[in-house]
Design a protein around this ligand. Sequence first.
Ligand code: LLP
Length: 421
Amino acid sequence: MDHFLYRDGALHAEDVPVAEIAAAVGTPFYVYSSATLLRHFTLFDDALSWGDHLVCFAMKSASNQAILKLLGDAGAGMDVVSGGEYARARAAGVPGDRIVFSGVGKTVDEMRMALSGGIRQFNIESEPEMRALSAVATAMGVTAPITIRVNPDVDAKTNEKIATGRKGDKFGIPISRASEVYALAASLPGLKVIGIDVHIGSQLTDLEPFRMAYTKVADLTRQLRAEGHEITRLDLGGGLGIPYERSNLAPPLPTDYGELIRETVGDLGCEIEIEPGRLISGNAGILVASTIYVKEGEDRQFLILDAAMNDLIRPAMYGAHHDIIPVVEPTPGAEPAKYDIVGPVCESGDTFAKHRDMPAVNAGDLVAFRSAGAYGAVMSSEYNTRPLIPEVLVQGDQFAVIRPRPTFDDIINRDTIPEWL
Ligand code: LLP
């Protein structure tokens, strides 16, 4: 459920008409609903209320500081994957002891930054990384709390580009070598092993791969404890999917997921962490665009929008589906149409949808891409020197621009031309 609904014939973001925001900030733009973000966070928090836990928002999915502050103030931790994300989370007021540092290639500078600023744990992904952290922590005279990310060799049955838990994927250490790697960790100075980490992929619409992975983690917990390690925390990653197509069957809910966690690892007495991103932010945001032209092609009609692949890359990159709806509610029996929905960027890959059935739209009409709150704004670029589009946050009947649209000068003045040219 989200808070983007038609009311009195017009799409609203909570209590604000989307067209009113468009008039104030211009198109295209992203708009997020505070109530939806909080609702999704709370669903996860409640789903794990049977035990000690922390829901760490995967801020790579939506990293505006206003969103981080909203969730942080509600008690969320953060899952960060770079020094930039760490700095952003801290700037948004999230305490270091609620931040977990994930990622396959943490640099020593990033390690130093997190160790001096405060960190809940590092999720270590390889032996060289572990040795590097040991050296950094020892030089700083501190102890770094760590989990080790294991690769359970489970197929998450999701898009090839976002599956992370199979043997050939770059992530984690093979679970078959866990014993050896935990022994190494225990022998290195400056490290304190506290648990196990796993993340098998994103946009999972079936709980079975989670069940397989978490069962392996439970077995490994028992084994490592028998080998003398203190395993007190399990970080079970993110990945629960969302319904991108309203017409399709809904994926499992956070409550089902929380129950599955209880069934698989609930008897181990460990503190549970999860790192959901998409399910918290995905349906909490939409992308609003204007129709520039409706163009008659030889065998089809093109809806040419002022948003493009640089603003929302998911369709071009993953073949992802986003529902696209008119901002003015279509009247019952409205004229149907079929469009290829595209942006103005100069490549054919700049296509949001092909042969999409939707109510007829005219030049100047506003449309909204649903489920664009996760991996939308954060993956955007200035390709074709198109400015990054604004982000807006709504709460009840108020809205605020939380990232303004840069001017052309802002963009152009970042370049420096060498003296010798
Ligand atoms: N934890 C780790 C270690 C991750 O790598 C990810 C996502 C998450 C948590 C959060 O997963 P989520 O709950 O959001 O599924 N750009 C792609 C998605 C990439 C996901 C990368 N890792 C997309 O637009 O679909």
